[in-house]
Write a protein that binds this ligand. Structure first.
Ligand SMILES: Nc1ncnc2c1ncn2[C@@H]1O[C@H](COP(=O)(O)OS(=O)(=O)O)[C@@H](OP(=O)(O)O)[C@H]1O
Length: 417
């Protein structure tokens, strides 16, 4: 009887032990995913390679991207985007792929070649963080300059407004120089437009041209389809300048930056006196004349909103746009005299005067006086025009590191920055 009682006791103990084990396993199963998540998040946040401290997207933990290709499409708010990249790159000590000898463009309108970049050496692995100066895109060459993990993005503008802006800015180019108005050009474009002229792209399908394609190519559905697929294959993100603030929210999400990294003031804007009013018939003519650009724009305007719906949602987008606009209004109050842009002749500090080109009068900003040093530093960068800022960064990247190799470079105004 004692023996039987002993066996029963052992079986009972084993049963209890089994139940305890089962409970522990069950608990572990419940816990394991969150442990794994924590580990994954930590790994993602710390990451390997280059790391930027102090920035993380508000909603997710991810590693801020620092390798970036921005195709600076003409007349599409690209200088404002470039200023954002300049400030981020400067703050985080990133290297820029500058045009040779500190030029302002990467031998545009030629297709981009890696050897147009100052400091490029064919034997080395791609070594630059940010490529953002005007270029005509050619991906295999771009890939020799930036790491393969780089994010590629660009910004598009409605071709109707883009052409109106281009007409004012590039009035001196061959297609526009003989006409008095955009209306006159559109009345018989082939009379003024010579596709063989080296500057003809400013007058037709400028976005198509900047993406590397033939602006005079035929507009068959097959060709358009191939062009759109090629752009989609090369670019992670296409922004829309008509929705600039939404674009910046989307950009900071993709780059895993915070909202403060994408604040800006509009740069390179014309004053209203050089804007031409457009009748309905002119709008139609511009769309037809720039058919390829129109196809690019309408396609990527659609995918832009699809992306917002998929990744962010309209409600959060609205919240974030509001926060961005409030931040920008605060900055305008802190930094600017009169809180807005002013005509070129009213700009008091000549180092803040934007390049004036063609028939366009390009607006600029006056900074408040008596700002403390840190605030002045931040405000000045927000309003420094593209050429001045690019020269200053070039000087910082090359002249300070290798002063003996660039003795001839002379840009006295840079010290203000
Ligand atoms: N934030 C923002 N939102 C919307 N639009 C903006 C913004 N910033 C600049 N702009 C407008 O972009 C035009 C200048 O474009 P780019 O800087 O690409 O020109 S350039 O090719 O570098 O010369 C120029 O257009 P126009 O004024 O019609 O010429 C600017 O007004």
């Amino acid at each position: 009887y004692r023996c039987q009682l002993g066996r029963l006791w052992i079986s009972f103990s084993l049963l209890i032990l089994l139940l305890v084990i089962l409970q522990v396993v069950e608990k572990l199963q419940g816990l394991l995913p969150s442990w794994t998540e924590v580990l994954t998040v930590e790994k993602a946040a710390l990451g390997e390679g280059q790391h930027v401290d102090g920035i993380s997207s508000q909603e997710t933990m991810c590693k801020p991207k620092t390798d970036i290709v921005f195709l600076k499409v003409h007349k599409s708010a690209s200088s404002t985007v470039m200023n954002i990249l300049f400030r981020f790159g400067e703050m985080h000590n990133l290297t820029f792929a500058f045009p040779l000898k500190g030029g302002s463009q990467l031998f545009y309108p030629r297709h981009f070649l890696a050897r147009f970049v100052q400091g490029f050496s064919p034997g080395n692995a791609p070594q630059f963080n940010i490529l953002c100066h005007h270029m005509r895109f050619l991906q295999p060459e771009v890939q020799r300059v930036v790491p393969s993990t780089a994010i590629y993005f660009s910004i598009l503008r409605n071709p109707v407004q883009l052409m109106e802006s281009s007409f004012a800015y590039y009035k001196g180019t061959s297609a526009f120089s003989r006409v008095h108005s955009l209306e006159e050009f559109l009345s018989q474009p082939y009379h003024f437009y010579n596709p063989a002229a080296s500057d003809s792209h400013y007058a037709r399908n400028l976005m198509t041209f900047d993406f590397g394609f033939n602006p005079d190519g035929d507009v068959s559905p097959k060709r358009v389809h191939l062009m759109l697929k090629a752009i989609e294959a090369s670019f992670d993100l296409l922004l829309i300048s008509e929705y600039f603030d939404e674009s910046m929210v989307l950009l900071k999400e993709i780059l895993c930056w915070d909202l403060d990294s994408v604040v800006s003031f509009p740069l390179n804007s014309r004053d209203s006196s050089t804007r031409s009013p457009l009748s309905d018939s002119m709008v139609e003519k511009i769309k037809n004349w720039n058919r390829l650009d129109w196809e690019i724009y309408t396609h990527f305007n659609k995918t832009f909103w699809e992306r917002i719906d998929r990744d962010i949602g309209r409600e959060r987008m609205q919240r974030e746009v509001r926060a961005l606009q409030e931040r920008q209004a605060d900055l305008a109050r802190i930094c600017l005299q009169g809180r807005g842009s002013v005509a070129p002749k009213e700009i008091k500090d000549s180092s803040l005067l934007p390049l004036q080109y063609g028939n366009a009068k390009i607006l600029g900003y006056n900074l408040k006086q008596d700002l403390d040093k840190k605030t002045e530093h931040m405000c000045r960068r927000l309003v420094t025009p593209e050429l001045q800022y690019s020269h200053a960064l070039y000087k910082k990247q090359f002249l300070q590191k290798f002063p003996q190799t660039h003795k001839t470079f002379n840009a006295p105004f840079l010290d203000a920055l």
